[in-house]
Ligand binder design. Structure first.
Ligand code: FMN
Length: 186
């Protein structure tokens, strides 16, 4: 796919509409290589990506259910949280391992770098013909979920990226006119 076709046609696909196959090893390598070209002040490489699939999704479901319980959720909420890990064949936890003591680069810039890398990943999977959606919710902000991925409380989960093959045709999204968001200044 041409780069502008990919940029202009990318749209999220609901996780419930993502089935098999998930991207293969070569496709993943390409998509992650694209992610690693993201802008990165200080060359900190703060991004971390964790691929979760198969039995790993069940394990992540346990982690999500425990997180919902810690947040005061009842059985129903815990099961709903568990189900969120199981929606797509591949889930990528996209995170920023930050250095709060960096002399030049504030934490927000480190998280932005990881966000840029995540956007590259989204676009790359789309260009390869797959569907994806980035979601967060309470689980992304829970220290226990972060800990399961070796992240500290100050690190950020940018989002949970569900990836798979769209099972439904996707209606193109309406995008706002460029002129609504761009101004010449002064
Ligand atoms: C950091 C981040 C977190 C998000 N979390 C959620 C979420 O928890 N639930 C959700 O429905 N959409 C979430 N979104 C929005 C979707 O990923 C998606 O962008 C939105 O549904 C619009 O679809 P589009 O990507 O086709 O424009 C999040 C987006 C970002 C950037």
């Amino acid at each position: 796919m041409e780069v502008f076709d990919a940029l202009l046609t990318r749209q999220s696909v609901s996780a419930k509409d993502l089935g098999l196959p998930a991207p293969g090893a070569e496709e993943r390598e390409k998509a992650f290589a694209a992610a690693l070209t993201a802008p990165d002040h200080g060359a900190i490489r703060p991004w971390r990506f964790f691929t979760v699939e198969g039995e790993g999704l069940e394990r992540l479901g346990d982690v999500f259910a425990a997180s919902a319980r810690r947040a005061g959720g009842d059985d129903k909420e815990a099961e709903s949280a568990r189900g969120k890990a199981l929606r797509s064949p591949l889930l990528i936890v996209c995170a920023a391992k930050v250095n709060p003591g960096h002399p030049k680069v504030p934490v927000v810039e480190q998280v932005i770098a990881a966000g840029c890398a995540t956007q590259n990943l989204l676009t790359a999977f789309h260009a390869l013909g797959y569907g994806a959606v980035l979601v967060t919710g309470g689980r992304a902000y829970d220290a226990g979920v972060k800990e399961a991925f070796g992240l500290g409380p100050d690190d950020a989960i940018v989002g949970f990226l569900h990836v798979g093959t769209p099972t439904q045709p996707q209606r193109p999204r309406n995008r706002p006119p460029v002129a609504h968001h761009v101004r010449a200044w002064p």
